[in-house]
Design a protein around this ligand. Structure first.
Ligand code: HEC
Length: 117
């Protein structure tokens, strides 16, 4: 009987620990390496997302005043990631729309030297 309850507690602790770990994984800070930011395939993926979702507010055809012209040199990739995933005031949040890889790709596009809004 005792052994059974020890096993039960063990299983409980295991599942709690496991749950906590997956929560941590979701909240893990995103890491942008130089190689990632310069990757051609990532750039292409980010560019597609940009022209699907971002350009009509931030891009060359956007109605003036709709959204600020981005100044990528002033931003860290982490800042762009936060704004894009969480949104800010009239800037929509995209974390429900795109997964982490897609969000990171659009950040790489914004930070790329060939970024063209
Ligand atoms: C509905 C219009 C709209 C869309 C679509 C939109 N944004 Fe924004 N965005 C805004 C507005 C408005 C702000 C300014 C928010 C503020 O600071 O008040 C903003 C702010 C930002 C900022 C911070 C700029 C700064 O200098 O502080 C970044 C980065 C950004 N947007 C990136 C994106 C990306 C990438 C996408 C596409 C995934 C996107 N936005 C789509 C409206 C939009």
């Amino acid at each position: 009987m005792k052994i059974v309850s020890i096993l039960g507690v063990g299983a409980l602790l295991f599942s709690v620990g496991f749950g906590a770990q997956s929560v941590l994984a979701d909240d893990a800070p995103v890491v942008f390496t130089e190689a990632f930011l310069k990757d051609k395939a990532i750039f292409k993926q980010g560019k597609e997302i940009w022209f699907e979702q971002c350009t009509h507010c931030h891009g060359y055809k956007a109605y003036p005043g709709k959204a600020p012209k981005l100044k990528p040199k002033r931003y860290t990739p982490e800042f762009v990631y936060k704004r894009v995933s969480k949104g800010f005031k009239k800037m929509p949040a995209w974390e429900e729309v795109y997964d982490k890889d897609e969000l990171m790709a659009v950040v790489a596009y914004v930070k790329h030297r060939k970024f063209s809004p």
